[in-house]
Ligand binder design. Structure first.
Ligand code: ADP
Ligand code: MG
Length: 238
């Protein structure tokens, strides 16, 4: 289960209001893309859902339970960062196993989960390597592997492909879409890239200055953009 609801969620840093108030419904299993220009609040919104930032006002519900103020580890979500955030001195195996070890799982269970994730992500031959011995795409797969083994209710991706070159980005985009199909788990994916949004999303959330301009399927937004900003951003002819 990975249903997430935002009710009048706002966020200010000191005197500066970054998110004035957002209402949003994310259904279990949906691939939702937050898209919008740099600085519009995409990462902040994702961090509020993850619990890495506290809301200034409003409520976040996860699977029907009030998760506002709940610590990140209790929310059942896994975040994948663009910087990978891998441990350089640990092998790929240990990097992927890390959250399970922290959770106190036994070696046999850890081994089974790490090997299964590695197989899905084509990392089986790389488990003994360190992150420094991997390509950018492989490092990103390790970061995703570390999220998969936790079996989260939802994956939160913050511009996971922005450090990769263009051709690798296309491959990873397809891999993440395939992963979504095979796991059928909710994914929230932040990007400023219209092409990623249009090709990956079940539902696109267009943000501008912390406000939601429109929510809809790629086709709905393309055919019926709510305003010139959405039309311009999505690239529809209106
Ligand atoms: P995006 O991810 O869409 O590029 P962010 O969510 O990172 O945008 O940032 C939205 C706005 O909030 C920006 O103006 C940014 O400077 C501001 N902001 C983000 N985090 C903080 C923080 N910890 N303190 C102060 N301002 C912040
Ligand atoms: Mg950001």
């Amino acid at each position: 289960m990975g249903a997430i609801t935002l009710q009048k969620v706002s966020k200010s840093f000191g005197d500066v209001t970054v998110i004035p108030g957002v209402d949003l419904e994310i259904n279990d299993g949906e691939f939702v893309v937050f898209v919008g220009p740099s600085g519009c609040g995409k990462s902040t919104l994702l961090r509020l859902i993850a619990g890495l930032e506290d809301v200034t006002s409003g409520a976040i519900r996860i699977n029907g339970t009030d998760a506002t103020g709940m610590p990140p580890a209790k929310r059942g979500l896994a975040m994948v960062f663009q910087s990978y955030a891998l441990y350089p001195h640990m092998s790929v195996y240990k990097n992927i196993a890390f959250p399970l070890k922290m959770a106190g799982q036994d070696q046999a269970a850890i081994k089974q989960k790490v090997e299964s994730a590695a197989s899905v992500l084509n990392l089986t031959d790389y488990l003994d390597r360190r992150p420094g011995q991997l390509s950018g795409g492989q490092r990103q797969r390790v970061a995703i592997g570390r999220a998969i083994v936790r079996e989260p209710d939802a994956f939160l991706f913050d511009e996971p492909l922005s450090n990769l070159d263009a051709s690798l980005r296309v491959n990873m985009r397809l891999e993440i879409s395939e992963l979504h199909q095979s796991l059928a788990t909710t994914m929230i994916y932040v990007t400023h890239d219209q092409v990623e949004a249009m090709t990956m999303a079940d539902k696109i959330v267009v943000l501008r200055a912390g406000n939601i301009e429109q929510v809809g399927s790629p086709l709905e937004l393309y055919r019926n953009p709510a305003n010139a900003f959405v039309a311009g951003f999505i690239g529809s002819p209106k």
